[in-house]
Design a binder for this molecule. Structure first.
Ligand code: GLA
Length: 358
């Protein structure tokens, strides 16, 4: 769990922004509910020096990356950075191709705790081999660094990401700040869900499917749709990397990003990703097995009008004779017990998120 600069700020990064994000992560209380990593995405780089060492852009990061990492650490948080497996990053900054060991040593010396490695400008490079090289470089550098593989799913990183030391791997292209449909090169939130949904069996403790960072609070979706976004990321056991401006969060945005009960589903120690267990047209039921032996359930309505959706216990591998306790997580309300099934009205583009306990 953390924050990354890309979704809101794109290439407009500088050290004041990153320091402020760390400050806001603490001021908002995000750190107390589990957000930890403050990650600078693309565009922090300057040119390599005469020895090939990577440097930050001196105008944007005048006091340097080590001082910035120290500052983030002083706030009790962890610090992440971005590179690319090819010759250049997606925004045209120097990539790590051929410099992996040198770069990993530099990151470790700066105090980096998290590395996202992108996949632009990689030509005919083999993805598995390229990420394996960076992983070996990180191991050789001797500092524990979370390794985020950002290959967009093309070479099926869920099949090899764990073996090459990946802690998370993107399974999709980039997420747009909209419910559905392509926007330029990016995919709507629900399209991303469809691309990631069937990969649940590859996720597990320490190695997760990454359906991209959160758009919650960036303004392109309704509050109902942002609740759906967060609920489905929690069901998919996805990394929760906020991508909004933390200095101007609405109450709605805070209520979503800081909801402890939904975060607890995402972070459930069993680490078993949820799956879609029923679908009919625009209506879906999702279920996730939790460490306490019970289920998280999401009733999802992708359609344009409110609809009733029913979860049958037989769809979540409970006997229909079972009398189960129902809790609505977004309402933070116990709804009593229900035998065999539970039905709720679900808003257009919305969810009802429950726990179902024997
Ligand atoms: C790619 C990645 C994004 C972001 C940008 C930066 O599109 O998928 O997450 O890192 O590059 O240029």
């Amino acid at each position: 769990m953390g924050w990354n600069s890309w979704n809101k700020f794109g290439c407009h990064v500088n050290e004041a922004l990153i320091r402020s994000a760390a400050d806001q992560m603490v001021a908002s209380g995000m750190n107390t509910v589990g957000y930890q990593y403050v990650v600078i995405d693309d565009c922090w780089h300057g040119e390599r020096d005469a020895h090939g060492n990577i440097q930050p852009d001196p105008k944007l990061f005048p006091t340097g990356i080590k001082a910035l990492a120290d500052y983030v650490h002083s706030r009790g948080l962890k610090f992440g950075i971005y590179t690319d497996a090819g010759t250049k990053t997606c925004a045209g900054r120097p990539g790590s191709r051929g410099h992996e060991f040198q770069d990993a040593q530099q990151y470790a010396a700066w105090g980096v705790d998290y590395l996202k490695e992108d996949w632009c400008n990689t030509g005919t490079q083999n993805a598995e081999a390229s990420y394996a090289t960076m992983h070996e470089a990180l191991v050789a550098a001797g500092r524990p660094i979370v390794f985020s593989i950002c290959e967009w799913g093309t070479a099926k990183p869920y099949l090899w990401g764990n073996q090459v030391g990946g802690n998370l791997w993107r399974t999709t292209g980039d997420i747009a700040d909209k419910f559905q449909g392509k926007d330029d090169y990016r995919f709507g939130m629900i399209d991303i869900v469809d691309q990631n949904a069937d990969l649940y069996s590859y996720a597990g403790p320490g190695h997760w499917n990454d359906p991209d960072m959160l758009q919650i609070g960036n303004g392109g979706m309704s509050p109902v749709e942002y609740h759906t976004h967060f609920s489905l990321w929690a069901m998919m056991a996805a990394p929760l990397i906020a991508g909004n401006d933390l200095s101007s969060m609405s109450d709605d945005t805070k209520a979503i990003l800081l909801n402890k009960e939904v975060i607890a589903i995402d972070q459930d120690p069993l680490g078993e990703a949820g799956r879609r267990v029923w679908r009919s047209g625009n209506l879906e039921v999702w279920s996730r097995n939790l460490s306490g032996g019970y289920r998280a359930v999401v009733l999802l309505n992708r359609g344009a009008t409110a609809q009733n959706i029913t979860v049958h216990w037989s769809d979540i591998s409970y006997p229909d004779s079972l009398n189960a306790q129902i809790r609505d997580l977004w309402k933070a309300k116990d709804l009593g017990s229900s035998k065999g099934s539970f039905t709720a009205e679900v808003a257009s583009h919305g969810v009802v998120m429950l726990t179902v306990k024997p």
